[in-house]
Design a protein around this ligand. Structure first.
Ligand code: GTP
Ligand code: MG
Length: 444
């Protein structure tokens, strides 16, 4: 279709036509309902509140059943998220309910980082959904959606004010999840104190800019009840799975020596209001808000972080394909740059090692030359010594020969002149007083 045709087509006014008879598309809502019912629903609740505040009891009371519960210890090293999923059925409606407990919340000495695991858990569920959405073969139809639809924030019934941990945590969570604040164990606080406490909490939330979930007032069918209920926030609730006989009826209540607190009695606590608002009236809105507001925000930030935009710098629509191509080019350039850097680094390293090796070789050579010189010197000295010794030996031998010659001559003379022998002998052996023979060597 040409561009001008398209423009004309979109500018054309829609006309209302009346039908001549029954066509049948009025059954569309019913088709939707039966399809949704067949598919089933999922609802995920996050319970944040200090250990032992009554989270599990309230969940059991809300869904009128007994979920697996495991008491948390007060010695958790850090806050830990524990999800449990249950399949529930009421009439023909199947509900996949996930209850996530923030185990160990408020038990650490340093609570600065207490909110972090909760935020990370919520983001991980968004990320999982986003990854499924971005898949080529996605199966969102039967995907188990684990995104948190509501956070029930349990406030300790001190009657004073919110703790800084409450304010910090709610502030960190308010852009990621629908928060419904509730005052837990409301039976431990008097009626007048509770009234003041509620006002105080709401003013603290407002002054700290914490956005809590507001029951929607745009649908006429529920606008009135929702706006009335908004004024009752935070709900002061009591939980109990104990059944107590009141009149001739068994009711869920907490029994004390002085009386009975009935969970479902609206003059005793706001439990019924919470159940109405959370389950019977606004469950679908909570699911919708999670997808349309919180998940959209996460998705937008995530895609922008990845470099995707809807418009280019000239405010022109930007296609995903173009963004992808630009990113790919940027990535390849970056990769090339990194490769070049690595190559240069390798060359430098080789050069460095080479010069180190050359230096070492030079050192070794110098050492070798030095040792060689020492060795030659030693050899020369030994040679000299040997020569001296040889000369000494030669001198000795010469003297020895002279002595032996003399001895021979004297013996010959003795045999010719026996008389003269003694005399000559005497003369021969009477050497000058300055001469003597020691160990066969003549010493002057
Ligand atoms: P952890 O999971 O261990 O953090 O505890 P929890 O927050 O799930 O609390 P749990 O429901 O186990 O309740 C702790 C104690 O508080 C139990 O003895 C409950 O009977 C009691 N409790 C629960 N709800 C209420 C309530 O509304 N009022 C009062 N007075 N006590 C309650
Ligand atoms: Mg519990």
């Amino acid at each position: 279709m040409a561009a001008t045709d398209l423009e004309r087509f979109s500018n054309e006014e829609k006309r209302n036509l009346s039908l001549g008879g029954h066509v049948g598309f009025d059954s569309l809502p019913d088709q939707l309902v039966s399809k949704s019912v067949a598919q089933g629903f999922s609802f995920n609740i996050l319970c944040v509140g200090e250990t032992g505040i009554g989270k599990s009891t309230l969940m059991n009371t809300l869904f009128n059943t007994t979920f697996e519960t495991e008491e948390a210890s007060h010695y958790e090293y850090a806050v830990r998220l524990r999800p449990r999923t249950y399949d529930l059925q009421e009439s023909n409606v199947h509900l996949k309910l996930t209850i996530v407990d923030a185990v160990g919340f408020g038990d650490q000495i340093n609570k600065d980082e207490s909110y972090r695991p909760i935020v990370e858990y919520i983001d991980t569920q968004f990320e999982n959904y986003l990854q499924e959405e971005l898949k080529i073969r996605r199966s969102l139809f039967n995907y188990h959606d684990t995104r948190i639809h509501v956070c029930l924030y349990f406030i300790t019934p001190t009657g004073h004010s919110l703790k800084s941990l409450d304010l910090v945590t709610m502030k960190k969570l308010d852009s990621k999840v629908n928060i419904i604040p509730i005052i837990a164990k409301a039976d431990t606080i008097s009626k007048s104190e509770l009234h003041k406490f509620k006002i105080k909490i709401m003013s603290e939330l407002v002054s700290n800019g914490v956005q809590i979930y507001q029951f929607p007032t745009d649908d006429d069918a529920v606008a009135e009840i929702n706006s009335v209920m908004n004024a009752h926030l935070p709900f002061a609730v009591v939980g109990s799975t104990e059944e107590v006989k009141v009149g001739n009826k068994m009711v869920r209540a907490r029994q004390y020596p002085w009386g009975v607190v009935q969970v479902e009695n609206e003059s005793h606590c706001d439990f019924v209001k919470l159940r109405e608002m959370l389950i019977r009236v606004n469950m679908e809105d909570l699911r919708e808000q999670t997808h349309a507001r919180h998940y959209e925000l996460y998705r937008r930030c995530k895609l922008e972080e990845m470099g995707f935009k809807d418009t280019d710098p000239d405010n022109q629509p930007f296609s995903l394909q173009e963004t992808y191509e630009t990113k790919r080019k940027e990535f390849l350039c970056e990769l090339q740059k990194k490769e070049e850097e690595m190559r240069q680094m390798f060359v430098n390293k080789v050069k460095e090692t080479e010069s180190e090796l050359k230096e070492k070789e030079r050192d070794l050579h110098e050492k070798f030359e030095h040792l060689k010189r020492i060795h030659q010197e030693e050899k020369r000295k030994v040679e000299e010594k040997r020569r001296e010794l040889e000369e000494e030996m030669n001198a000795f031998n010469r003297r020895k020969v002279a002595v032996e010659t003399l001895q021979c001559q004297s013996l010959q003379a003795t045999s010719q002149q026996p008389l003269k022998k003694d005399k000559d002998k005497k003369n021969f052996f009477s050497l000058p007083s300055s001469c003597s023979i020691t160990s066969g060597r003549y010493v002057n």
